[in-house]
Design a protein around this ligand. Structure first.
Ligand code: ADP
Length: 164
């Protein structure tokens, strides 16, 4: 059983993440999309919300599970008996940070392998931050995220506007 972990903040999950998930799901027996607490990034959606948005987005993929994790990724990878960690590479700008992270994780655990996948070119410009900014300003994000994520963003910003 070959298992890959796809860790991230997923605040929220986008079509770019999903493109990478679909590609990698074909290569492994089992994939766990692991939603990180990421408190230092002050996420818009809480952990439970991010988990639910991911779980719904991958419900049609039978070998993909959703989970949450806190603490060291190397420990989580061991706990899941996974062979590799998946990360997405959009552009050269992602490379430096991802390279550093992969090597540091390997330092912490020599068996730790990181696999990088590139999304379809139309998703290389996509990030959760950009999607949140467009949604916050009332723009249409339907082509960037699944419909349930678009609705969750609209609800979140409507609630925020009501509080002002
Ligand atoms: P993190 O906080 O760990 O960077 P993200 O949710 O922002 O979490 O990203 C998780 C992973 O998905 C990272 O490897 C990131 O580079 C990748 N990723 C994010 N957006 C895209 C995209 N549009 N296409 C491909 N990979 C992406």
């Amino acid at each position: 059983m070959r298992t890959v972990i796809y860790p991230g903040s997923f605040d929220p999950i986008t079509n770019g993440h999903l493109d990478v998930i679909r590609r990698a799901a074909k290569l492994f027996d089992r994939m766990v999309v692991a939603v990180a607490i990421s408190e230092s990034k002050h996420p818009l959606f809480n952990l439970r919300e991010r988990f639910d948005l991911v779980a719904r987005a991958v419900e049609d993929l039978p070998n993909v599970e959703t989970d949450t994790f806190e603490g060291l990724l190397v420990e989580y990878v061991d706990k899941q008996a996974a062979q590799a960690v998946l990360r997405g590479l959009r552009a050269v700008s992602d490379f430096e940070f991802e390279f550093q992270l992969a090597l540091m994780n390997r330092k912490l655990n020599d068996r730790f392998e990181t696999i990088f996948m590139m999304p379809k070119d139309t998703y290389t410009f996509l990030s959760s931050s950009i999607v949140k900014e467009i949604a916050r300003l009332g723009g249409d994000v339907s082509s960037f995220v699944p419909a349930h994520v678009r609705d969750a963003l609209a609800e979140k910003f409507a609630a925020a506007a009501a509080c002002v």
